[in-house]
Design a protein around this ligand. Structure first.
Ligand code: 5AD
Ligand code: SF4
Length: 467
């Protein structure tokens, strides 16, 4: 599979006579937000590579900058506008000196605020939503032909994956693979159903092809991505609709793939077969990100989460029965409109009770167009800040306790890259903890048993178990 891909890419370059080949343009893709944006940014670079775009590592060195944006909270979106401002200034300076810079805004801010970006940031040349970025090569050509800015924020019928070139050679032994996009849950605080659209699953054969290609290129760990990944329902080769559990079972059979993960899941879509998969698929890592958002039923109902605190507790029990060493992480929002002190404390209690090994905490951020933005009794910023730091303290304590409990244990670690210090290699434990070990580059891509000998604030240290 991978050979076919490489041959196709090479053929495209070789067929062009040298004097007609486009001059290489330097491309910088800057990523904000979630893992799916990281995946999309790779695919944007891959879509442009056959057209003569070579990746560079800074905007300063680039002819074309794509910023792949996040709209989930106000702060994330504001960061984007300040980066656009910085780039527009750079562009004006270059233009004064006879140079140029093309600026494209991709991702969820592009989707949500397309026309507004053009109005607010005149330096922007292209605005392209998350479902249309395969069109970037055409849009850049149209921009140059016409001299006019280009905008595409459609949700096209045709799926972008069919138009993207095959994946490039993987750069690391752990890779993301998008299997599902969009969300039909409509939590009242969340922009995702509007920016990423309705839930769509990629066909099984497309996922397996991409996974085989990644495995052939040296990938050992796949993290399946979707805004609501456990709602996956992809068309199978057998004319059946496949669940995520069935997809995971097929992926576990692929030679080379040693570890599987998936993110992000909704508690409502945690079906019996997926719970069983945690018991039966050894390659499925014992770590699950399962957002709870709040520990109070009234708030969960106002959030339209479609589950109660007790539903969540029961689900965690079933998961732990299936996989006793399962570590859980979660997302929590503090200061959702009308959240009382008692309701916030219920979140604190639930977090302590479940014993998450990691959690991502957010102050509620009012997002235009979402129902909760219109709710009364918005919580004051100072109170949100105070609640966030109290919650963070409980979460940090859980994280420290879990990391300490790993000291003396032997954990299989997948080594991913050279460590920051010379003579050190860094990998990840099954629980996603970074682990630093004395060793050499030959360890990268291998899974080795490591005895954990030290515990730092955000990582573990260890040594290879001899023999
Ligand atoms: N305000 C704060 N946090 C939010 N999230 C999503 N929307 C908002 C918002 N408006 C958080 C949720 C979600 C995570 C990806 O981001 O916790 O699970
Ligand atoms: Fe947003 Fe997740 Fe809720 Fe979907 S399930 S609306 S992505 S928070």
């Amino acid at each position: 599979m991978s050979e076919e891909h490489e041959t196709a890419a090479e053929a495209e370059v070789v067929e062009q006579p040298a004097d007609l080949a486009p001059a290489p343009r330097k491309l910088f893709v800057k990523t904000y937000g979630c893992q799916m944006n990281v995946y999309d940014s790779d695919r944007i670079a891959e879509a442009l590579a056959p057209h003569g775009y070579v990746a560079v590592t800074s905007a300063e060195a680039a002819d074309v900058v794509v910023i792949n944006t996040c709209h989930i909270r106000e702060k994330a979106a504001e960061k984007v506008y300040s980066e656009i401002g910085r780039l527009a200034k750079m562009k004006r300076v270059r233009q004064r000196n006879g140079g140029s810079l093309e600026i494209a805004v991709a991702g969820c801010v592009a989707q949500a605020e397309g026309a507004e970006i053009m109005a607010r940031a005149p330096g922007v040349d292209i605005v392209v939503g998350p479902q249309s970025y395969h069109r970037l090569p055409d849009m850049l050509s149209a921009l140059r032909r016409s001299g006019h800015p280009q905008l595409d924020t459609e949700f096209p019928e045709e799926d972008k994956f069919r138009h993207l070139p095959p994946r490039a050679k993987p750069r690391a032994p752990s890779a993301f693979l998008t299997v599902q996009e969009g969300c039909d849950k409509f939590c009242t605080f969340c922009v995702v159903p509007y920016t990423r659209g309705a839930e769509v699953s990629r066909p099984v054969s497309a996922v397996l092809d991409e996974a085989r290609h990644l495995a052939d290129g040296g990938v050992r760990e796949l993290t399946l991505l979707g805004q609501n990944v456990n709602a996956y329902h992809g068309a199978g080769m057998d004319a059946e609709v496949w669940s995520l559990a069935k997809l995971l079972r097929a992926l576990a059979e692929l030679p080379g793939i040693e570890r599987l993960r998936y993110v992000t899941s909704h508690p409502r879509d945690m079906g019996e077969d997926l719970i069983r998969a945690h018991a039966e698929i050894g390659k499925l890592m014992p770590y699950l990100h399962l957002p709870i958002q709040s520990g109070a039923d009234r708030i969960l109902a106002a959030m339209n989460r479609k589950h109660t605190v007790d539903d969540y507790r029961r689900l965690v029990d079933r998961l732990r029965q299936a996989r006793p060493d399962l570590a859980l992480s979660t997302d929590c929002i503090v200061g959702f409109p009308s959240e009382t002190e008692a309701e916030f404390r219920a979140t604190l209690d639930l977090v302590a009770e479940v014993g998450f090994v990691q959690a991502f905490t957010f102050k509620y951020s009012s997002r235009p167009g979402t129902p909760a933005a219109e709710f009364e009794s918005q919580v004051e910023e100072a109170l949100k800040t105070e609640r966030l730091s109290r919650l963070q303290a409980v979460i940090d304590a859980g994280l420290v306790a879990f990391n300490r409990s790993c000291k003396g244990r032997v954990l299989p670690v997948l080594f991913e890259k050279a460590g920051r210090q010379a003579g050190q290699v860094t990998g990840r434990s099954p629980y996603l903890q970074p682990v630093h070990v004395p060793g050499e580059a030959g360890m990268i891509g291998k899974i080795l048993d490591i005895e954990i000998t030290s515990v730092g604030p955000g990582s573990l240290g260890g040594v290879i178990v001899q023999g």
